[in-house]
Design a protein around this ligand. Structure first.
Ligand code: IPD
Ligand code: CA
Ligand code: CA
Length: 253
């Protein structure tokens, strides 16, 4: 990154993501603890170990910032800056050694996402964006696809952890889109799904009931790659909304 603005924050976030990625790679295939937060919602020792290293690095460098991290929760201080962290997005994939999971770190300043980093350590895919400075995959600029119609679009989605209790709405929407798209995938890491929209691999993505740590980084990466983000209703998206659509912008409507 050449631009000096946010360089310090970016470098620290990058270091945290890469070190957490090493932790995940080391633990891959030899999980000792798989706990359940819900019927199908897992947390493993890898989520906790990756989170520990990220929180150590961020709080050593920026002790006054707020933190919102999936497993540890919220650290609220008197600051307008919040680090939004998912130490392992795609825990179910990780637990089954399905190689699609990532570390996601974002910095929000005055309600705006300024830095987004998503790192998939098993494929060494590093996605990054700084507000106004473009989106990159392994240092190369990325752009959303040019596809203009749904029947030529490859889309992705995900299913919420309460799907067993409330399947109908999710499947109704899935069916409506399935019969119009070229194909749909359910890769299992919302943060990476968003990055694949940014990179033009996917043309769009939608999901309900995601949390800020799933989308904060990926959202900026999509926007900086020329894509569009909204809620299901088409209103402006912030990572605290309940629904998200991310597209190349051409198929958004
Ligand atoms: C999950 C993944 C998944 C999505 C779930 C998320 P986690 O995050 O992003 O793709 O469908 O809704 O909760 O629990 O693996 O961090
Ligand atoms: Ca997640
Ligand atoms: Ca997680």
């Amino acid at each position: 990154m050449n631009n000096i603005k946010w360089k310090n924050e970016f470098d620290v976030a990058k270091k945290a993501a890469v070190e957490a990625g090493h932790v995940l790679n080391d633990l891959s295939g030899r999980l000792t603890q798989i706990m359940k937060k819900g019927v199908i919602d897992l947390v493993t020792n890898a989520d906790l170990a990756a989170e520990k290293i990220i929180l150590e690095i961020i709080s050593q460098n920026f002790p006054n910032d707020n933190i919102l991290s999936e497993e540890k929760g919220e650290l609220k201080q008197n600051s307008n800056r919040t680090w939004i962290i998912d130490p392992l997005d795609g825990t179910t994939n990780f637990a089954h050694q399905f190689p699609f999971f990532a570390v996601s770190i974002a910095l929000e300043v005055e309600n705006e996402i300024i830095i987004g980093i998503v790192y998939n350590p098993c494929r060494n895919e590093f996605f990054q964006a700084v507000k106004g400075q473009g989106a990159y995959h392994n240092q190369k600029p990325v752009h959303v696809s040019q596809t203009t119609v749904l029947n030529e679009s490859l889309l992705a989605t995900g299913f919420p952890y309460d799907i067993h209790e409330n399947p109908d709405q999710v499947f109704d929407l899935f069916k409506r889109i399935m019969i119009r798209a070229q194909g749909i995938r359910r890769p299992g890491s919302a943060a990476l799904d968003l990055c694949y929209v940014a990179a033009g691999i996917l043309d769009g993505f939608w999901e309900a009931k995601l949390k800020p740590w799933d989308t904060a980084a990926g959202m900026l990466i999509v926007e900086e790659a020329g894509g569009k983000i909204s809620t299901f209703q088409g209103t402006a998206y912030i990572p605290y909304e309940d629904t998200i659509i991310a597209t190349n912008s051409r198929i958004h409507a």
